[in-house]
Structures are given as C-alpha cells and as structure tokens.
Design a protein around this ligand. Structure first.
Ligand code: BEZ
Ligand code: FE
Length: 280
C-alpha cells in the first residue's frame, strides 16, 4: 500500500516512516503524539494563519528561556500538564503526603540550617513558626530526614528573582529532623504572587482571561534514605486564589490553617506532618 500523504491517511503516512529498530518506548510516544496532534489539527481545522501564530508563539517561548527562566515548563504548568505528569508518577498510597508542582525557584545548594532558625533574612513579612514531624506510613518517626523549604518574601518574590535586592538564600534552607522525627523553623506567612507573566505564557493567560496568581504557599522537598522524596507545598487556608491557582497545584490535603498566636515576635504558626513511603 502506498503511504503518500492524504488528509484521511495522515497519521499512518507519518508513523509508517519509523524504522524497524526504533526504541519501543520512543515508538509508542511518537506514534501517539502524531495521532493526537493530527486529530487536534483536524478537529479544529487549523487555518494557516493560526498555524503561523502557533509557530511564532513557540519560537518566542524558546527565545525567552535562559539559565534562570524556563518558559516551556511554565507553559506546561498553566496547561495542567505538569500536574498531570506529577499525578501519574506519584500515585501515593492512602495516608502518604500528596505531591504538587516543583516550580522554578528551588535552589540545589540552599544552606543547612539549625532547627528553629529563621529563614527570612530580609526582616520583612509576618513571622510564622513552622513545625511538625516526618513519619513513615506506620507512624514511626524518620530521623534526620531532610526538610528543604523555600517561599516568596512579603512582596511576592523569591530571592532568585531579585538578585541584589533580596539577600541571597532569603526564605530558604534545609533542616534535619531530630530523634523524634520533628522539624521546626521560622519563616514568614507567605503571600500569593503572580507567576512570571511578562512573556508568551503571560500573554496566553491574558488572552484566555485567566489571572496569573498562585495562592500563598511554602514549598517543601522532604526526603530520607530509603524513602521516596516528596515535593510539595503547604497552602495558606483562606487564600482567595486556592480555587483558581494558575498552575493547578492545590490539593485539599495540603491546605493548612495558619493559626494566630499570642507572641508579638512570631504571631503565626503552621503545623504539618509529612508521611513518606518506603522506596519500592
Ligand atoms: C512556584 O510555586 O514557585 C511556581 C510553580 C509553577 C510556576 C511558577 C512558580
Ligand atoms: Fe512558589
């Protein structure tokens, strides 16, 4: 049978070109991609002008990427693809802490800090005491688990977004749980903030009449030898963007009541236990 290209036979024409020795996983991924992409083009009957807009959009998305900016991941985030990949790859058993998006603002070499230290170095924001335990699925404490945390400052920016304005390593640090699996530190009650929206992804959101905001959250990357690490956040209950997070990261189990306490130096506290599962 001829594999000349036709509208009806477009998928078969392209997929038939793959060689006999193509890696099976690559074969599966590329043939499915071609099938869905062609179905999409046929479904919307894409015009040539729309095809050009799409090419221009992807070109600009690539051009704005740099060492400190990844616009393609942002695109994946706002289309819900990042959360879908996360969901498929982290189907946690009942009771284990749920995961959410990693985001672009983690740094790999944040300083190890002593339990109780304050990660807020710019003196801005309302101080909050964070505490809880890292446990296994049976409720046993995990000793010396790593609790890597990061958040925005009171103005809604991460330190890496404002070099020269914020102190380096502002609002970030790595803690180790004690003999009972406990962690505690001080930070700020975070604020909601817009994802970087001065590029093609921001323009797309505006055209779709979507806002760019994320509800206030503290990031956590919690891990220990022999356990699956958990990349997650805790979200501030009551935030007005919880139901419309620009990147779809919110899960009910991650929403935490920040409690007001009678301490002028530290007027808030937030408690959360992390439950890790053994690495399979
Ligand atoms: C963040 O929470 O830091 C984030 C996540 C996805 C896109 C942009 C920022
Ligand atoms: Fe964030």
């Amino acid at each position: 049978m001829s594999d000349y290209f036709t509208e009806e036979g477009s998928v078969a024409a392209v997929n038939a070109r793959m060689g006999a020795d193509v890696n099976p996983r690559l074969r599966r991924i590329m043939s499915s991609l071609v099938e869905h992409l062609h179905d999409f083009v046929k479904d919307v009957e894409l015009t040539e002008a729309e095809w050009e807009i799409a090419i221009d959009f992807l070109t600009r998305t690539g051009q704005i990427c740099s060492d400190t900016r990844q616009e393609f991941i942002l695109l994946s985030d706002v289309l819900g693809v990042s959360m879908l990949v996360d969901a498929i790859n982290h189907r946690a058993p009942e009771g284990a802490t749920e995961t959410t998006v990693f985001g672009p603002f983690h740094v790999a070499d944040a300083p190890e800090r002593t339990l109780g230290e304050n990660i807020s170095l710019d003196g801005k924001g309302e101080t909050c005491r964070y505490f809880g335990r890292v446990l296994d699925l049976d409720g046993n404490p995990i000793v010396r688990a790593s609790v890597d945390v990061w958040s925005d400052n009171e103005e809604g920016f991460y330190d890496v977004q404002q070099p020269g304005i914020q102190p380096p390593m502002n609002n970030r640090g790595v803690f180790r749980t004690d003999a009972e699996g406990r962690y505690w530190f001080r930070g700020i009650k975070p604020v909601s903030y817009p994802i970087p929206d001065d590029g093609p992804v921001g323009q797309l959101l505006a055209q779709l009449e979507r806002h760019p905001y994320r509800p206030a959250h503290m990031h956590f990357l919690v891990g220990a030898p022999g356990y699956d690490s958990v990349t997650t956040h805790i979200f501030v209950a009551g935030d007005s963007y919880l139901e419309s997070d620009a990147v779809f990261g919110v899960k009910q189990s991650l929403i935490v009541d920040y409690r007001r306490v009678n301490d002028p130096d530290c007027p808030w506290e937030a408690e959360y236990d992390f439950i890790l599962r053994r690495r399979s």
